[in-house]
Design a protein around this ligand. Sequence first.
Ligand SMILES: Nc1nc2c(c(=O)[nH]1)N[C@H]1C(S)=C(S)[C@@H](COP(=O)(O)OP(=O)(O)OC[C@H]3O[C@@H](n4cnc5c(=O)[nH]c(N)nc54)[C@H](O)[C@@H]3O)O[C@H]1N2
Ligand SMILES: Nc1nc2c(c(=O)[nH]1)N[C@H]1C(S)=C(S)[C@@H](COP(=O)(O)OP(=O)(O)OC[C@H]3O[C@@H](n4cnc5c(=O)[nH]c(N)nc54)[C@H](O)[C@@H]3O)O[C@H]1N2
Ligand code: SF4
Ligand SMILES: [Mo]
Length: 701
Amino acid sequence: MSQTYYSLCFMCSVRCPIQVEVANGRVQWVQGNPHVAGIEGSLCPKGAAGTALLYDHQRLHTPLIRDGERGSGQWRQASWEEALDYVADKLKKVIDTHGGRSVALIERTNLSTHVSKTFLKAIGSPNHHTHDALCKGSVNTACRSLFGYTDAQMGMQYDKAKHVVLYGRNMFEAVAVKEVRNLMTALSNGAQLTYIDPRVTITATKATRHWMIRPGTDLALNYALMHVILNERLYDEAFVDRWVSGLSHLKEFVRPYTPEWAEGETGIAAERIVKLARQISRDKPSVIFHFGYRGAHHANETYLRRSILILNVLMGAIEAPGGLFFKKGPGETGGKAARKLTEQELPKVDAPRADGVGGKQLPLPDAAHGVPQTLIDAIQTGEPYPIKALIINRFDALKSIPDTNKTKKAFENLDLLVAIDVNFSDTAWYADVVLPESTYFERTDCIQQANGLKPQMFLRRQVIPPLHETRESAMMLKQLAERLGIEKYFPYNTMEELVAWQLEGTGFTMADFEAKGFVAYAKDAIFWDRKDGIKFKTPSGKIELRSALLEDAGFPSFPPYVPVPKAEQDRFRLVVGRVAFHTHISTQNNPYLNELYPENNLWIHSSRAKALGIADGQMVEVTSSRGSGTLKAYVSDMIHPEAVFMVHGFGHEAREAQRCYAKGVSDSVLQESITDMVGGSPALHDTFVTVKAAETEPAAA
Ligand SMILES: Nc1nc2c(c(=O)[nH]1)N[C@H]1C(S)=C(S)[C@@H](COP(=O)(O)OP(=O)(O)OC[C@H]3O[C@@H](n4cnc5c(=O)[nH]c(N)nc54)[C@H](O)[C@@H]3O)O[C@H]1N2
Ligand SMILES: Nc1nc2c(c(=O)[nH]1)N[C@H]1C(S)=C(S)[C@@H](COP(=O)(O)OP(=O)(O)OC[C@H]3O[C@@H](n4cnc5c(=O)[nH]c(N)nc54)[C@H](O)[C@@H]3O)O[C@H]1N2
Ligand code: SF4
Ligand SMILES: [Mo]
């Protein structure tokens, strides 16, 4: 007998709703949840490879305690009692000697993040971090500087858009299923797609126009677009007059940034820039300049993201169908959101953050996420105070923070490094204790409060019991809390009890999720009234082009354009990105996905390759100031000559991840750790490399 369940995918963090068929205790089939608009049965390749993770004999099966040098791969299997006692004892020692603030935690934002935030507060530590600053810290700050909302509180209505501009937002490869399907709907309805990337990606091949921009110069392009839009009064005057402050300042600022000037910076012809400004303004306000995730990634990133957002503002594409919107929560419908453990009365934490967020150096990055790369500095230097224990959950610090060798060195100062994972990540391989989490098929998770045009709640639910000695991270933290005497903040004994606690007062129960996997608070899309009803959270209640947030912290709203550092003659700018077959650093060992895309290669322009005597498919050595690696060259005209490109996430060091061990190169080994001190993002594309033919083939793994 087959049983159908609705749940949430977790092959990446997008959390697409899924339908799972289980028969004879085995997961037989997974597809997108057909009841969810925009999903309708679809999954991406990684989602379809979920069962390969579940049944992979190379994933983590039991708790492990290190039995040799860090990184030696010598382990002893431990019972849960033993492993949790071990971690709790070490934590107690750190807390007794250095105080609770010396314990830090980094995780990929997930549905149980409120549990780990509670854990840290309860022991008196301010040092909770999420991956978010590494992903879009500066996007978050840019959004707050203009609207008072974070990027996570904003969305884009692709399906109704008439023109979408993507700055390296490679939507057809760096996939979120619903987004890409909604974009396809818009394209089939005749929308235009302008794609800007120094590389020809799959998205470029679907676009109305692709501009191979000089890497790192998108800001110049945007200032020129604004110049034309303001000069020719192409903007949405009614919207701008009602909601925007600081327009005259912007006009003055962009005056020198003509399309002709931008052509010199970007390599994009001035008349094409003028044409785009005129064309897109005809479709306003149903247009989207995607504020993005990655694309150009430099120390001035906050200003690039602001420039993209401001283009939307000038088009009036805010709270407009086919434009940007602010996500609506249950409160908009008179409903109540699921509770979080952080809403309890918790001890007040006085210690400043070790990563500097909220202090003089980094006043603006969002303290809800922190800045993981400056936490590494704190661990290394012991300043402002020692960090002695680090718990890493669903995150791989050695691969996802630039400059792996620096991170490893910093870790020498830790008395305890714990990894909670499903796989042998490089961080797990380097840890003192590895705590294996149950996969998303084997566990119930906390409620997903999905705010948006129509607020909803989703539930990830267990569809089969754990196949091995694994648990949920929220249970691990609760069991550690018991050992540390702080269990009163964790009022549950099972995940089902925790979910029931969350749902109290919402009017919904777990049973309500069975029919379709979600519950909805509203039937129709909610837009605020563009005349009077938009609730901007800035001090002035308007969109602040001149930003109080920035200027009060001592940063200008419009610093004069300074080109990003240039690649010298024999050097290349290293740019990185995703591929449709893999999630960042976590799926390279998945049996199906490994077969489809086993290693990364180095994209290099044919003219540069020729000058260096490099042929397509040849092994090349890439070297930066931080490290080097050897991988295959992909020689092509599909990349700008100033850059080389590699897919992020390869070059794994954990030997037990046997399929991907030592395949390809890790970008983090090469990248310098440079931070946008306004927004908090790492400047991942500010590293320069040299490339030469490799002298010898690398040893077989
Ligand atoms: N398959 C898959 N999908 C994913 C993910 C995944 O790991 N795998 N991860 C998800 C997450 S967390 C994220 S953040 C998103 C990332 O989504 P994207 O930001 O769309 O993804 P990337 O592949 O990082 O895209 C970077 C692109 O920017 C280009 N680029 C480099 N330099 C410049 C420049 O100076 N200007 C411009 N305009 N472009 C430049 C690169 O050539 C590359 O194509 O993807 C999400 N979706
Ligand atoms: N050098 C460099 N650094 C980067 C980036 C880059 O392009 N280059 N990209 C940045 C971006 S956009 C992002 S979003 C981050 C992502 O950074 P990470 O969060 O580190 O990357 P992921 O691949 O999402 O997965 C992290 C870990 O989660 C584990 N995992 C998977 N499922 C589960 C689960 O159910 N439970 C637990 N406990 N663990 C699980 C995986 O095995 C993996 O070890 O990296 C950022 N850092
Ligand atoms: S984008 Fe793919 S991997 Fe990510 S949640 Fe959706 S189906 Fe799963
Ligand atoms: Mo990301």
